[in-house]
Design a protein around this ligand. Structure first.
Ligand code: NAD
Length: 260
């Protein structure tokens, strides 16, 4: 069922955990040569233990221009003139909190990773993407299409990806490069735990009642995500969407929710 040729190479950012790790492993299985963006070597070693010998972890912090540049040189040297079949912009964080109170530093942190990081990676890797057949796949979210109280930073960053993806699609169309946005619903991954942890670090001036209120709200969201995750695991749903966007077919049964 795989449509990948052995020389089809793909870069995935944020491949240490969750959806990115699931995609890296699935695309490796589909026959792609996967450059898996990680930030610490231990994550790379863990991925390599689960993957075939061709998966290559690369240090790639999307907020660090030097790291992006170094990663692009490594990838360029390895793919040569054939270029990249795809770039999967998956790295992301979730910052949550009420607009009324959330400090601008938290907004900046959100946009540094989800928006400016994605732009910097895209700018650097775009010249490596094969003309005529290459793809860029951005990881949006249902939060980029819905109204989400207390999740404005995250939702705004994902709304921004909608506009960036639409514009990029038109800009690179003449080169035959396709651009897709994938917008998953709630998937059980570590991002929910991290978002919740943010609540504990919120401004010390906030009342405990306010903190408790948001903690309770996030516990409910997390429970819903876990329930959804039991039915729609990343490997079963989101990776299939990524594989399709790259031009590979996925076994039909894998569309079924819960089939992993
Ligand atoms: P996750 O926390 O498991 O994965 C996020 C990844 O991004 C991690 O590997 C993390 O190390 C990486 N990352 C964070 N900051 C980075 C940086 N500065 N440079 C490079 N990598 C960085 O969570 P996930 O759910 O797998 O999230 C992956 C993507 O899917 C995100 O863009 C997220 O917004 C999106 N998404 C998740 C859900 C969900 O419910 N889990 C739903 C819709 C969209």
């Amino acid at each position: 069922f795989s449509a990948a040729s052995p020389s089809d190479s793909v870069v995935i950012t944020g491949a240490s955990t969750g959806i990115g790790a699931a995609c890296a492993l699935a695309l490796d299985k589909l026959g792609y040569r996967v450059f898996a963006g990680i930030r610490n070597p231990a994550d790379g070693e863990r991925l390599q233990q689960q993957a075939g010998p061709r998966l290559m972890p690369i240090r790639l912090d999307v907020t660090d221009p030097a790291s992006i540049s170094a990663a692009s040189h490594t990838v360029a040297a390895m793919v040569g003139e054939r270029g990249l079949a795809g770039l999967v912009n998956n790295a992301g964080i979730g910052v949550a909190g009420p607009i009324e109170l959330l400090p601008l530093t938290d907004w900046r942190r959100q946009f540094e990773v989800n928006v400016f990081g994605l732009i910097a990676v895209t700018q650097t890797f775009l010249p490596l993407i094969r003309t005529g057949r290459g793809r860029v796949i951005n990881m949006g979210s249902i939060a980029g299409r819905a109204s989400m109280p207390f999740m404005a930073p995250y939702a705004a960053s994902k709304h921004a990806l909608e506009a960036i993806t639409d514009a990029l699609r038109l800009e690179v169309q003449p080169w035959g490069i396709r651009v897709a946005l994938i917008t998953p619903g709630a998937i059980a991954t570590p991002i929910w735990g991290k978002t919740r942890k943010d609540v504990d670090t919120w401004d010390a001036t906030w009342s405990q009642d306010l903190k408790n209120m948001y903690k309770e709200g996030f516990t409910r969201i997390k429970e819903a995500a876990t329930a959804a995750g039991e039915q729609a695991q990343p490997a079963g749903i989101v990776t299939a969407a990524v594989a399709h966007a790259l031009g590979s077919r996925w076994p039909k049964t894998r569309y079924l929710i819960g089939s992993d």
